[in-house]
Design a protein around this ligand. Structure first.
Ligand code: PAF
Length: 274
């Protein structure tokens, strides 16, 4: 496994990959089994696997959150090595953004709701950094976890316009044995908080079991109240899973989305309803 920091070396390494299909797994490090499941799928689907580790400042709307974001580079590299990743790219902010070409993207309103309205500028930052990475790496496939389902939809919409040959692939959320969705931010939770946070998944399951028994608005309210018992919920919303709109018909495919804060740690999760 090669670990590369500079753009020049990345370009050099990629120039040796004549015609091999490239699978790309973008990460912000602090890797867990969820990330490794993306890497495993990338290994299956492509001949050459590139991962990046870069905590992207432009997608944080809160300086403290950026400062606190967990970092564990050595351990991350060991994990990627054990999955036989071919190349890991860990750039510096200055070099990565130095020649950025800003693009104007119509995300069809996908970026204006849920995480978009609660974390101003977040998706703009995600698209900025992925635009740079996709342009440099030119992958055939890129892999994203369903825990960030809205991000997956947005990246897919972005890629359709700007990287039409790139296939965006989503992978199911991996969970701890108590149901808590794996996330780098879980490192900030102590054992008791992890136990409490498992109620998030239980609430999502309750929602899925009841969505055709209880009127949607009422169900959202009940779930919000359930979350309020142990955390500070920002939203609990049932949405159309293709376009995130609130317009739901009996034939729509639906997904419930949640964001809640537990001791200042912001956790998100979602589940398909049908
Ligand atoms: O999901 C993440 O970890 C980040 O948003 C991503 C896709 C690596 C972009 O910085």
């Amino acid at each position: 496994m090669k670990v590369i920091n500079q753009l020049k070396s990345l370009k050099e390494e990629l120039s040796f990959q004549n015609n091999q299909s490239i699978g790309y797994v973008p990460t912000m490090g602090a890797l867990h089994q969820g990330h490794l499941s993306l890497v495993k799928l990338a290994k299956k689907k492509s001949q050459f696997v590139v991962a990046s580790i870069f905590v992207n400042p432009t997608q944080f709307n809160n300086k403290n959150d950026l400062k606190k974001y967990p970092r564990s580079l050595e351990n991350d590299l060991d994990l990627l090595n054990s999955e036989s990743v071919d190349l890991v790219f860990c750039p510096s902010y200055n070099e990565l953004y130095a020649n950025e070409k800003i693009v104007k993207v119509d995300l069809m309103g996908l970026d204006k709701t849920l995480e978009g309205s609660n974390r101003k500028g977040h998706f703009e930052g995600v698209i900025r950094v992925l635009n740079i990475f996709f342009s440099l790496i030119k992958p055939d496939f890129a892999f994203f976890g369903e825990k960030d389902y809205q991000q997956y939809l947005i990246v897919e919409q972005f890629a359709k316009t700007f990287f039409p040959k790139l296939k965006i692939i989503s992978c199911p959320t991996l969970r701890e044995s108590n149901g808590l969705a794996m996330s780098s931010r879980n490192r900030h939770l102590n054992n008791r908080e992890k136990e409490l946070a498992s109620e998030i998944y239980k609430t999502l399951l309750y929602c899925r079991n009841n969505y055709n028994k209880i009127e949607i608005n009422k169900l959202e309210e009940i779930c919000f109240q359930k979350l309020s018992k142990f955390s500070k919920p920002e939203y609990f919303e049932i949405r159309n899973s293709k376009n995130l709109s609130k317009e739901l018909s009996s034939s729509s495919s639906l997904r419930a989305f949640v964001a809640t804060k537990l001791s200042d740690i912001r956790l998100i999760d979602n589940i398909a309803m049908n």
